[in-house]
Design a binder for this molecule. Sequence first.
Ligand code: ATP
Length: 431
Amino acid sequence: DYCKGGYHPVQVGEEYNNGKYTVVRKLGWGHFSTVWLSRDNDTGKHVALKVVRSAAHYTETALDEIKLLNKVVQANIDHPGRKHVVSLLDSFNHKGPHGMHVCMVFEVLGENLLGLIKRWNHRGIPMPLVKQITKQVLLGLDYLHRECGIIHTDLKPENVLIEIGDVEQIVKTYVQEDPNKAKDEHRNGRRRRRTLITGSQPLPSPLNASFSQTDLSSLNKLMAEQGKPVPITGPSPSPSQDVEMSGAAGATSPTKSMKESLGISDEAAQKEREKTASPEVILGAKWGASTDVWSMACMSGTKYGKDDDHIAQVIELLGTFPKSLCVGGKWSQEIFNRKGELRNIHRLRHWALPDVLREKYHFSIEESKRIAEFLLPMLELLPADRANAGGMAGHGFLDGTKGMDGVKLEIEPGTKGEGIDGWATEIKKQR
Ligand code: ATP
């Protein structure tokens, strides 16, 4: 991978962009890039420097990404969701022994939501925190959909990053709830914090300042993961085009990430994506921005298996599929017969959401009803009927969310695609 067209051999202490950034340590890596904690020598603050592989298709993807990320930065600074979507701070090219590398600079973020879910894996994340993250993700999505014309397409716990001050505060605030777990949390928390947040070097303000925050307001960020978001209106290839491009007949999900369209197989990533994939995406039917709202409602982490198991579980939870979905999608016929019945799975156990919440997750009758009332509008099977993110951010269920007082959009909860282009069907423009 460290060869011509591959990763750039970044060194700690090395300078980038004519001395503006100095590399401090590695933060992580992915198929596209390596990511480095770096110091911005103009401001003294730390940033995340992403150095993309140099081959032409990575460069082109990165340049498309930069266009979308610039839109996110500029679209509407007054929208309350903007600060919950990660900001691109800078971008430039860097020449190295393996070619020219696109570099992107982001604010430094911390642990992802999957990590947080694991910290509480015995009991689930405490409800006040769930509400806070939910509200912030919904606001971020509304910003992407309404103001930027971008569909995320890959919303899942790994792509929701918690800002670093929060992780400290969250552990302090909530770990006392379960004294038996406190020791473990403390141990894990310390280890992870060292890896993910501070490293061996003390970070200057404002990063240290956020450790002393007493609430979690405004700190969680929805990461519009690079390479994943698509514009509602072209020009990058839509997910359904990706499938055609890669010729993957019967591919399980059209929300293939760029890396899959580049032919890089990543079974684990695909499995993760399947957990939050909407019915229209699994069936290859028309889809739009509303698919992100479905994914948002699924992030509580139900495990799904193959496509038809996944669809069967959705039917068990939400009822029979509308005819248009049973027959209309590119892959509908693989899963449903002509009568609209599942081909391979015959015995279904109907278990409605409020009953699941009560019987499986032990919520009270009242609480189960309230949670279901909040989730079900986001789980409407027909994309056109699904509630929009901004409206749901103002739902009564999220009233009193910590740190979010007065954060409000003037959008009625339960409204659908009004005012959002490409809500149920992506709009494509010719390049
Ligand atoms: P892939 O396409 O495989 O997901 P990628 O090359 O696009 O990978 P990312 O997933 O964006 O790269 O980032 C790789 C890793 O770098 C992340 O898992 C995370 O650990 C770390 N990272 C990325 N961005 C940030 C950030 N802003 N702050 C802190 N860490 C980050």
